[in-house]
Design a protein around this ligand. Structure first.
Ligand SMILES: Nc1ncnc2c1ncn2[C@@H]1O[C@H](COP(=O)(O)OP(=O)(O)OP(=O)(O)O)[C@@H](O)[C@H]1O
Ligand SMILES: [Mg+2]
Length: 287
């Protein structure tokens, strides 16, 4: 049993009812514990299906899923316990939000844990503040914008303080400020030891945010590794229809003699600092 992985898929096969093509084709993949993992892949590659297996909503037709080193058993009791340890923020917040206001929705999950009312209120206020939702806490959910609904859905999952949090396309429809607030919220739970996994189509975000990348393609894992390794070879990534992150593309377009021996910068600040070093004051490149 390997406990340095939060989640392990061993040869998981799954086809949705009445479909010809399997969604997962004996998928074997591991999510490292205590890290930030981005799951990448084109539309229909199996990202959401993987997440639904992680919380036991879907059950493998072949193979198995292990969480915290233990195979899921799918008994009602164990599924309830699993969903306290593993939180999934759905791609579509409409699927997640069930009560009429953010505060009611966020506190609902906590009430199920038997926590006392004062502690529930305290926990709710903390996540509402973290995701900048305090002013919206009593607004009817159906009047919230899509981005506000997405942040409310995340707040509900964050409030449960799961050990593993899975976010399905969390930044789609978020404006830059909301994205920063969401990422800051994730950073705070990651700093406390939570394993954070995000499915995203945003290569630039994946590159600067994640410390582990998993690439899915037609229900199998095509690559897993550090962002530097995964995006070192643009050909491989483009071959499965994905783009290189802009910074990785620019970095690899520089002459090899300039980049040799240097770790590829993963954010604009690091990139600018390296460029400053490379250019002398007179504008000539120091080599
Ligand atoms: N409820 C469903 N019924 C039938 N087929 C489904 C269902 N949900 C997904 N599929 C199929 O399963 C495959 C994997 O879909 P999945 O939603 O896991 O992909 P994804 O990587 O999350 O895609 P996206 O980037 O569009 O969110 C696709 O071929 C899809 O058409
Ligand atoms: Mg999806």
């Amino acid at each position: 049993m390997n406990n340095e992985y939060s989640l392990v898929f061993e040869g998981v096969a799954y086809s949705y009812p009445d479909t010809a093509e399997p969604a997962l084709r004996e998928l074997t993949v591991s999510i490292p514990k205590g890290r930030k993992t981005a799951v990448l892949g084109h539309n229909g590659s199996g990202k959401s299906t993987l997440f639904l297996h992680a919380v036991g909503v879907l059950r493998p037709q072949k193979g198995k899923v292990l969480q915290g080193g233990t195979p899921l058993t799918y008994s009602k009791k164990e599924l309830a316990a699993l969903r306290r340890r593993v939180g999934l923020v759905f791609q579509d917040p409409e699927q997640q939000l069930i009560l009429s206001t953010p505060i009611e929705d966020i506190s609902f999950g906590l009430r199920g844990t038997g926590m006392d009312e004062a502690a529930i209120q305290k926990r709710c206020l903390k996540v509402l503040e973290q995701l900048n939702l305090l002013a919206l806490q009593d607004k009817p959910v159906h009047q919230l914008s899509l981005g506000q609904k997405k942040r409310t859905a995340l707040a509900g999952v964050m409030a449960m303080e799961p050990e593993l949090i899975l976010l399905d396309e969390p930044t789609s429809y978020l404006d830059p400020l909301s994205e920063r607030q969401l990422l800051a919220g994730l950073e705070s739970i990651y700093a406390k030891g939570t394993t954070v996994v995000m499915a995203t189509h945003d290569m630039n975000l994946a590159y600067r945010w994640a410390d582990w990348i998993i690439v899915l393609d037609k229900g199998v894992c095509r690559a897993a590794g550090s962002p530097e390794d995964i995006f070192a070879d643009g050909e491989d990534i483009r071959a499965i229809g994905l783009d290189l992150p802009l910074l990785a593309d620019l970095w690899h377009s520089l002459p090899g003699r300039l980049t040799a021996g240097q770790t590829a910068p993963r954010n604009a600040e690091e990139f600018k600092a390296i460029l400053k070093q490379l250019f002398s004051e007179s504008g000539n490149i120091r080599v």
